[in-house]
Design a protein around this ligand. Sequence first.
Ligand code: TYD
Ligand code: MG
Length: 461
Amino acid sequence: MAKATTQFVCQECGAVYAKWAGKCDACGKWNTIQEEAVATPETSKSVAGKSGRKIEFVDLKGVTEKTFRLKSQITELDRVCGGGLVEGSCILVGGDPGIGKSTLLLQAVAKLSDGVNKEGSPTRCVYISGEESIEQIRLRAVRLGLSNSKVELASAMNVRDILTTLDTNESPDIVVIDSIQTMFVDTLDAAPGTVSQVRAAGHELIRLAKRKGFILFLVGHVTKEGTLAGPRVLEHMVDTVLYFEGDRGHHFRILRAVKNRFGATDEIGVFEMTEQGLEEVANPSALFLAERRGNISGSCVFAGIEGSRPVLVEVQALVAQSFGTSPRRAVVGWDVNRLNMILAVLEARCGIILSNRDVYLNIAGGLKITEPAADLAVAAAVVSSLTQKPMPSDMVVFGEVGLSGEVRAVPQMDLRLKEAAKLGFEKALMPSQFSHKKKTTTDICIHEMGNLKSLVEFFVK
Ligand code: TYD
Ligand code: MG
């Protein structure tokens, strides 16, 4: 029998098949299997000894040029990007439709076009939209008060046209593509927005950006499941991935860096959506606590850290009689498994019976918290709701809870206390290890908690 010269390989996981199939059995993905030539002894001969280019090795130390960062003048955006936009970098901005991605980028390029680039000449910014007509974008610019800015606007979808336009000697400094899902490469049959089109269009545009050294912003709509359409193909191709999150019901938005080759991840920028577009929020804690009512049971202020800065948020819990066979646990803004753990610890270690009660937990304002440091605040809110005793309204809480009920130290406790002091809080409920290491510099009255039991005593005393 003649040997097969082609094989079928899944482009997602690399599984090899003799026949084509619609679904890859190994990773479960659809339409990822493609035909490839089999490596035969003739085609896979070793390249050793053939004349290649000699690579030069160098020391780790040496003078490296300081990377130039273009400042967008939008402090929140610059911080999330690691202190400014790096030349030749590609930034993917993901988020739900209608969250404000186009607004943010239009405001950013308008500000950038007023500044100067590395050479000192005015920054040339290009905004290419495949979603909105020129008229629509102009209307938005009027609304944002930006109609006099020097941004160059175009409505286009064909990547070939975009490449031809940008691949000139006077290439721009910044290019915004809104959105990558509307772009198409005309050599592919697939419809715009499909994985292969998103991948091909992204690849072509990123290659040009690297060659020409311009900063490329790609806008991507997030699907319901929270992934960027086109199974995250773009995420590993770009240098920075930013997510623009928020709740339609709330007016503030959070820009979060989930990947950054040129700075720290987990950094957040906070914006408020107003009639005149997005406004920066310099003091997020004040915004998140703005609607807090004091002296209500089940409410507690958590002193958290988002990226490099402290943020105070209100944690709300409601413990109610359960009428179902299994009690409900509903969570907004936190991890439901983490809540279950805290409830189990309260039950097993402190004798607080919660298995016949529904527990609802909400992080007020719509912020999503991932820090374990919120454990103690969640426990305090739950116990406060159960005992109907309000927390002191001038108290902040933070600390991680272990399975034996111990309260553990968390990073940057001093920073949390400083932020609390700045906002007028006078007491803090926190892990006890603190005093052994370093005295706080604030004059906040500290209540140390070694164990969840002492938290329960705090309420029941
Ligand atoms: P948009 O930037 O078009 O979202 P995306 O590009 O992520 O799809 O934002 C549209 C929403 O923002 C729309 O619901 C209206 C609102 N908006 C304001 O509230 N104020 C404004 O100044 C602008 C321009 C938009
Ligand atoms: Mg848009």
